[in-house]
Design a binder for this molecule. Structure first.
Ligand code: OGA
Ligand code: MN
Length: 197
């Protein structure tokens, strides 16, 4: 994995956004997608909130995705394989860039047809624990007309990134404002944050 990690971090250092086309293997991506589809069928996904702790609330005009937090206690082999990769990546990052990451959090996200997430920063104003954002897309055969692009603003200049299968996005949570454009079909991902607590 080290080459893949290196390429992702290099791209981040050059462009403020690291993009890796095949961070997750196709097999793991498929297994995680199947987990997410099953969670949806079992009605385990919850409307995502905005804000933190007591302040958190559902705001359909800001975001309309549904989420489920990954956790090692689920003892799901594919979630655990994902966490193993993240553990290795955090070690790599801390050793090569002295980032001092102490933990992470990741959730599955499903954007049903017609869903979006308006322009925002990922780091909360009241809590700066979230340091780096990572997003993993699980969508096979995504084409431009499907919408659902991640739009990232660098110095107000928008850049659209398609949520295609296996792709990983990496950027600093306090630095880049971004949004998820209207999706015209179900859009699946894992999103999370590397934290310092
Ligand atoms: C988020 C987010 C982007 C994406 O969940 O905070 O910005 O492309 N997601 O799913
Ligand atoms: Mn975000």
């Amino acid at each position: 994995m080290e080459k893949v990690f290196d390429a992702l971090v290099d791209a981040y250092l050059v462009d403020k956004v690291g993009i890796s086309e095949n961070f997750l293997s196709l097999a793991l991506s498929k297994n995680l997608r199947e987990n997410l589809v099953q969670l949806f069928k079992d009605k385990k996904l919850q409307k995502a909130k905005t804000g933190l702790g007591q302040e958190a609330n559902i705001n359909d005009r800001v975001r309309s995705d549904k989420i489920f937090w990954l956790d090692r206690t689920h003892e799901n082999q594919h979630e655990n394989a994902f966490f193993d990769i993240m553990d290795t990546f955090v070690l790599f990052l801390n050793q090569t860039c002295y980032t001092g990451i102490t933990g992470y959090e990741f959730h599955y996200a499903l954007y049903e047809k017609g869903s979006f997430y308006q322009k925002h920063f990922d780091q909360f104003r009241s809590n700066s624990s979230r340091q780096y954002t990572m997003i993993f897309y699980l969508n096979e055969n995504w084409i431009p007309g499907d919408g659902g692009e991640l739009c990232i603003y660098k110095d107000e200049v928008p850049e659209n990134i398609s949520p295609s299968n296996g792709k990983c996005i990496f950027f600093k949570s306090s630095e880049l404002e971004h949004e998820v454009l209207l999706s015209h079909k179900p859009r699946m991902s894992i999103t999370g944050w590397l934290r310092i607590d």
